[in-house]
Design a protein around this ligand. Structure first.
Ligand code: NA7
Length: 293
């Protein structure tokens, strides 16, 4: 397929590379010039990348970025053609997604929200899980592209339901991780070795994918970004905004969002969200470590 891929960040770049690897004809664009993908052509604007494309796939930071890529100067809007599909793998507001989709539908263009889970490793390995909202035939048409970049996709319903599901997934990841980080902090203060505690956690009902994924990084004290804290923070705010729109109160999430706020004030926004642990450690005057690590 002829694909315009817009946004070559931590996630977008390997995703575009996997489309090239699968034999698709890919044109890439990134706001800051200089990022390229081997085997893909480069365009100087979203409009130029989208010209003649069957599918425009976006993977940029946030709602504002998607709006500007679509409707800003030299945006995708300039190159829309009847029958084109626009897919968005950024994690953004569900209500904004609905309004973007309506604007595009008025021009005969279908819109699919396809945020994903799987972090950097999933993007590089082509093993992402896509969480999708949109019409079934449109999603089916994107099948070869999902297959090139991921291992599975789950359709959550019509446009914007993918974003809604992504937000409730990240809400759970952040709260589960925060529980784990608090447990490790108290454990350290009580003199428990993290590597001794972990097999017990993993043998019990506490076990979770979040713990499996994050524990090795914590033991190595490696807080470099797989999923940057600033992006998880953005998603927690999106979830709180969405909750407010439908008048739902989420006290646990509100508290965790404040911890992200403080972690950002401490300059951790570009580290992995696992770095919220370092705040708990600072308050407790302790460091989580393992004698064997
Ligand atoms: P990164 O690595 O922070 O990359 C963000 C990308 O978004 C990067 O290509 C940015 O371009 C681009 N960006 C940011 N703001 C804009 C605006 N205003 N206009 C156009 N492009 C923009 O994020 P990830 O790849 O980890 O994640 C991307 C999304 O997937 C995000 O929603 C996550 O929550 C999930 P730059 O190179 O800075 O010019």
């Amino acid at each position: 397929m002829r694909v315009a891929f817009l946004g070559l960040g931590i996630m977008g770049r390997p995703m575009a590379a996997n489309l090239v690897k699968a034999g698709h004809e890919v044109t890439v664009w990134n706001r800051t010039p200089g990022k390229q993908v081997e085997g893909a052509s480069s365009a100087s604007s979203p409009a130029e990348a989208a010209r003649g494309a069957e599918v425009v796939w976006m993977c940029v930071s946030d709602t504002k970025a998607v709006e500007s890529v679509l409707f800003g100067p030299d945006g995708v809007e300039q190159s829309l053609a009847e029958g084109m599909i626009v897919a968005d793998s950024s994690t953004i507001s569900p209500s904004a997604t609905r309004s973007f989709a309506e604007r595009l539908r008025a021009k005969g263009v279908q819109y699919v929200d396809a945020p994903m889970t799987g972090s950097k490793a999933g993007a590089e390995g082509g093993t992402l899980i896509f969480i999708v909202g949109g019409d079934e035939p449109t999603i089916a048409a994107l099948g070869p592209l999902f297959a090139a970049m991921g291992k599975q996709f789950f359709r959550m319903g019509e446009t914007s339901k993918g974003q809604a599901a992504k937000l409730v997934m990240n809400l759970q990841i952040a709260l589960i991780y925060e529980g784990f980080a608090e447990a490790l902090t108290l454990a350290a203060k009580l003199g428990l070795d993290a590597a001794t505690l972990l097999p017990l956690v993993q043998a019990s009902m506490v076990r979770s994918g979040v713990v499996d994924y994050k524990a090795p990084f914590i033991l190595k004290r490696d807080f470099s970004a797989n999923f940057p804290l600033r992006l998880m923070h953005k998603d927690l705010r999106l979830a709180l905004d969405a909750a407010k729109e439908v008048r739902v109160k989420l006290p646990g999430l509100e508290m965790v969002e404040e911890i992200y706020e403080m972690a950002t004030e401490d300059g951790h926004e570009n580290l992995d969200y696992a770095a919220t642990l370092t705040l708990l450690e600072k308050w407790a005057g302790v460091e989580v470590k393992s004698a064997s690590a």
